[in-house]
Design a protein. Sequence first.
Length: 167
Amino acid sequence: MKKSGSKLDSSSFMNETRQKPPPFNVRRFIYNRQEGLILGRSKSGWAKIGIFYTIFYGVLAALVAICMWVFFQTLDPRVPKWRLEKSIIGTNPGLGFRPLPPEENVESTLIWYKGTDYENYKIWTEALTSFLAGGIIINIECKAWARNIIHDRKEKMGSVHFELLID
């Protein structure tokens, strides 16, 4: 640009010609032979990115592994951590689901029936009857001082070890 006096010469703006950028070429973007670029980056740039992410994800995996190891160190595989009064459900027993739903609707956990129609609730009563009929109830009187009784009064849990010989 030339200054003529205090005014700018506007003709100099018109004389400068801008060059158009070359059209975008996908093949040249994927691999540019002139500049040695792959996807717009040099080989050393890709190597630096690869090394960084390898270290980053390696450290991340190690952190997750350490956290899992610490978590599993707090668990006892033989005894639950929270039992009886200390647990959320307290001294209530666990929930068992009987009778099982029919085979054609096995995903459903709902028990629904019309109480005035026997055929409607027949499947549920038959399932309960067959479930309860299969077992044999044996009453055995155990003495509190017997050697085969393991009982923890504080935890209110115990077990009796004995052999049954049934003919």
